[in-house]
Write a protein that binds this ligand. Structure first.
Ligand code: NAP
Ligand code: MG
Length: 504
């Protein structure tokens, strides 16, 4: 396979200020004036015991660029023999080195990962966009800075664990098997690897077979940072084969999983009669309650960000909009006008707001749910001016009105750029409708009245509640779900607990 080189396209004319509302402008602004080139090896290896090695299985699977449908590289499919080697290396590193190392020394290694990672941030951003399909401005301005921030923040905990659980002596859990999804490949890896290492554990981690490339590049950084061999092992392969082998491996002490609720439930059953610890970060159907006294333009921008960021492939995506009845018509009109300004297309173009859907399978799943909602009589809108690219996997941003509370489009996680709108008359009704879901990951409330915000936020059953904003992440802040959205937290002090055991 030829090596893929990506050069930036010639500059396009800048859009005028008025036609570019600043939803997707983030604090961190970096120039991509220099054309970035990333060389992708035609065949990938596994990262075991500090070395890149061929898989024992001898099997590979293509990973594609969802914006073009073309192959980027071949990713190794680890089998039982590969997982055995990875777990053995992780156990040896845990017993002999990592769990015994003073916290301040572990911190130095994690700081070193963060610093080296930052020096390669452009490469990472381009590769993440190529493999995942997300807009370059998001990988560059959101994913990559948050990954660095997560490593930096968590490194600081490594020598302060005695303050993490005051009055108690803690120890690491052991060898951690970690499984992550395709929507934020690097960010999910950082959320898993950083706390595990800070707490003194070692890791065997599996990315999604669709998006393994950036985690393999992170393994290069880990190698550059000179981590003791075996502390972090990256095993690629499908969920059904490689994932299952990790979950069922007797040498693993803890499973940390981020993915769908369906697979998460299966994992819970699989570890139920073992000594393994388990944390689950699962799906969501997060509500946004907009009261009539909200700052409307700000709320519109918030809704656009909440549902269209990362093509809606966000576990905490604001996929249900609950509008106070008195503002429904005005709000929907403004929202539609704003949606017409969204740019859908080439994820490498820095003006793109909505990139490619990560896989054909996901695109078909979205289309199926959209069709079912149309069949049910929900009213569909997509901006008529948006033209989707002819190649690759794309879906227009869209909204449904005339939605019943119990409609599938209002209850089932779509994991795409699809918003369901319903209305309410009183705060009590809004809260009742918002909580009427099997999920409980995130929620938001929009109002200019502080008492209303606080009262509503307290009544919402969700792990994260944002007020007058959406999708704000910080490494110091815990993230995780209620109900079928999972158990355990990631981020901040709470994110360390699942990786620590209290010594009796
Ligand atoms: P998924 O199908 O559950 O897959 C997630 C990961 O599990 C992938 O690495 C997958 O591998 C692996 N896997 C699949 N079947 C497995 C099995 N039987 N045993 C072990 N591992 C298995 O989810 P997804 O479609 O990739 O991701 C989307 C879902 O993740 C959404 O529901 C979303 O809400 C959720 N999510 C939640 C959070 C959160 O923090 N709560 C964050 C991001 C995403 P392969 O892909 O290689 O087959
Ligand atoms: Mg890919």
């Amino acid at each position: 396979m030829e090596i893929v080189k990506v050069k930036r396209k010639p500059k396009k004319a800048a859009r005028t200020k008025s036609s570019r509302p600043d939803t997707f402008r983030f604090d961190y602004v970096d120039s991509i004036e220099n054309p970035d080139v990333v060389d992708i090896k035609p065949t990938q290896k596994l990262f075991i015991n500090g070395k890149f090695v061929q898989p024992k299985s001898g099997k590979y699977i293509k990973t594609i660029n969802p914006a073009t449908g073309k192959a980027l590289s071949n990713v190794a499919c680890a089998n039982k023999a590969d997982i055995d080697l990875a777990v053995k290396a992780a156990r040896k590193a845990y017993d002999n080195v990592w769990s015994k190392m003073p916290g301040r020394q572990r911190a130095r290694y994690i700081y070193r990962i963060s610093r080296i990672f930052e020096t390669r941030k452009k490469e990472f951003a381009v590769l993440e966009t190529l493999d995942n399909g997300k807009p370059i401005k998001e990988s560059r301005n959101v994913d990559i800075p948050l990954v660095a921030a997560h490593f930096f923040h968590t490194a600081g905990w490594a020598d302060k664990l005695e303050y993490a659980v005051p009055g108690q002596k803690v120890k690491p859990v052991g060898v951690c098997g970690q499984i992550i999804p395709w929507n934020f490949p690097l960010m999910m890896a950082a959320w898993k690897i950083a706390p595990a290492l800070a707490a003194g554990n070692t890791v065997v981690i599996k990315p999604s077979i669709n998006t393994s490339l950036t985690l393999l590049m992170l393994a290069e950084v880990i190698q550059q940072a000179d981590l003791p061999p075996g502390v972090v092992n990256v095993v690629t392969g499908s969920g059904s084969i490689t994932g299952t082998k990790i979950v069922n491996h007797p040498g693993i002490d803890k499973i940390a999983f981020t993915g769908s609720t369906e697979i998460g439930k299966g994992l819970a059953r699989a570890v139920a009669n073992t000594n393994k610890k388990l944390t689950l970060e699962l799906g969501g159907k997060s509500p946004m309650i907009v009261y009539e006294d909200a700052a409307i333009d700000q709320a519109i921008e918030g809704v656009i960000n909440a549902i269209f960021f990362n093509q809606g492939h966000v576990c905490c995506a604001g996929s249900r909009l609950l509008l106070e009845e008195s503002i429904e018509d005005m709000f929907i009109k403004k929202l539609k006008r704003r949606m017409k300004q969204l740019r859908v297309g080439n994820p490498l173009d820095k003006n793109t707001d909505i990139g490619a859907i990560n896989s054909l399978q996901q695109l078909n799943a979205i289309k199926e749910l959209v069709q079912a909602a149309k069949d049910e009589g929900c009213i569909y809108y997509e901006p008529p001016n948006i033209k989707l690219p002819k190649t690759g996997f794309f879906h227009a941003p869209c909204i449904f009105t005339n939605v019943a509370q119990g409609s599938a489009i209002n209850q089932v996680e779509v994991f795409g750029p699809v918003l369901a709108v319903t209305t309410f008359r009183t705060p009590e009704e809004a809260i009742k409708r918002a909580n009427d879901t099997t999920y409980g990951l995130a929620a938001s409330v929009w109002s200019e009245k502080a008492t209303k915000l606080h009262k509503t936020a307290r009544a919402l059953k969700a792990g994260v509640v944002w007020t007058n904003t959406y999708n704000k992440f910080d490494p110091a802040s815990p993230f995780g779900g209620y109900k079928e959205s999972g158990m355990g937290r990631e981020g901040g002090l709470h994110g360390l607990y699942p990786y620590l055991e209290v010594v009796k």
